[in-house]
Design a binder for this molecule. Structure first.
Ligand SMILES: *Cc1c(COP(=O)(O)O)cnc(C)c1O
Length: 401
């Protein structure tokens, strides 16, 4: 079943796409290989000069004072919550429409994630519902910039300010992203990025905490490496000292220089990769926005969307097939796809721990059931884009109700 319609002007004809198009692929070339080779040959393979270099290049890119490289965004979020002093029994406001990491880091402290339903257009936390969810136990707000389109930070910051709460951004999707002309990364107490394999820039596994708060940065640095007051690089180089102090039972979250070397190369081409994703989004929007069975993702001219994900929504009442079948039809046409996200509150852990029902967060639940994510990455060729468009159009055309 590899036949599909391929676009050719206004004529459409069936041609097979023989090779499966993966949902996501990293954009890796000689530049990453060269950087990594240099690290391996230097024999300094764990946290060291390359990590420092990556941190300062990233801080520069998002215009922030401190950037602390760690081994995941999950680690970054954990450290940021530790640094603001989150305690057992505290509450943190976040969104149900996200990946596991955003809320599990709150549970690490035996604190409670308080889910706030999303805005149906952008699928980010609905600010009108945030204020109502605040209690005397609320200790932070943790918004997620879903797909790479920023949450409403003006509203979130004003609520946070009024209630004396720090904002920790889960920016796993949001590099490079701008909020009203300013880079995401410097706008809240802390902003956490992901360099996981499928994210907009990757180090295989990796993350970054960005902050302008000196004390918060210092605490994250210490806790990222065993609660030790000096890192390994300073301890073992000639000018370093053998002496160190354990000031808290920290974690092992440091980034390696091998990963940082990849990050340096990825960072250099981040704008080029973004431009390609913008082009893909533009072509998808152009093809899909006039089809009433489809709802193209929300964008906002005041923002720079990172286009980590292209989240298409199906108007299911106009189709004969459901979302699950739509994904199978894509697969039958050799197009990879995914779903973002299964809302947290319908997963067994959260359902059983907090007694949630699907309707408790009706917008997240409803939108999840009609969402499909299409491939959007810089390695895609023009033909790949055309193939995705043709497959989607063909599935819609052959399944109108
Ligand atoms: C990928 C992701 C994370 C976790 O990132 P890791 O680097 O894999 O820990 C956190 N939040 C969201 C929304 C994500 O998509």
């Amino acid at each position: 079943m590899t036949h599909q319609i391929r676009e050719s002007g206004h004529n459409t004809k069936l041609t097979p796409r023989l090779k499966y198009l993966p949902f996501a692929l990293p954009d890796i070339d000689e530049t990453e290989l060269r950087e990594v080779k240099e690290v391996l040959e230097s024999a300094w393979i764990t946290t060291g000069p390359k990590t420092k270099q990556f941190e300062s290049a990233f801080a520069n890119a998002v215009n922030v004072k401190h950037a602390i490289a760690v081994n995941s965004c999950t680690a970054a979020l954990h450290l940021a919550l530790e640094a603001i002093g989150l305690q057992r029994g505290d509450e943190v406001l976040t969104t149900p429409y996200t990946f596991a990491a955003s809320a599990e880091v709150i549970r690490y402290f035996d604190a409670k994630p308080i889910l706030v339903d999303v805005d149906s257009r952008c699928l980010n936390m609905n600010p009108e519902l945030i204020e109502r969810a605040i209690t005397p136990r609320t200790k932070a707000i943790l918004p997620v910039h879903i797909a790479g389109l920023p949450a409403n930070l003006d509203a979130i910051h004003s609520i946070a300010l009024k209630n004396g709460l720090p904002v920790i951004e889960d920016a796993a999707h949001a590099f490079p992203t701008k909020y009203k002309g300013k880079m995401i990364g410097s706008l809240s107490q802390a902003t956490c990025f992901s360099f996981y394999a499928t994210k907009t820039i990757t180090t295989g596994e990796g993350g970054m905490i960005c902050t302008n708060d000196e004390a918060l940065a210092a605490r994250c640095r210490i806790m990222a490496l065993h609660g030790i007051s000096k890192d390994a690089w300073k301890r073992y180089t000639a000018e370093g000292m053998w002496y160190y102090e354990i000031v808290a039972p920290g974690f092992k979250y440091n980034m390696t220089d091998v990963a940082a070397a990849m990050g340096i190369a990825q960072l250099r081409k981040a704008q080029k990769m973004l431009a390609r994703r913008q082009e893909i989004a533009r072509r998808y929007n152009e093809a899909f926005s006039s089809i009433p069975k489809l709802q193209v993702p929300h964008d906002n001219p005041e923002m720079q969307h990172a286009w980590h994900l292209y989240m298409l929504r199906l108007n299911l009442e106009q189709l004969r097939i459901d979302r699950a079948q739509f994904l199978i039809e894509l697969k039958n046409r050799n197009i990879g796809s995914s779903v973002h996200f299964i809302p947290l509150h319908i997963h067994p852990y959260y359902r059983e721990t907090y007694g949630y029902k699907p309707e408790d967060f009706p917008v997240a639940y409803r939108e999840y059931r009609r969402e499909i994510s299409l491939p959007i990455y810089s390695k895609m060729s023009d033909q790949d884009i055309s193939d995705v468009i043709a497959a989607v159009v063909n599935i819609v055309d052959t399944n109108v109700r």
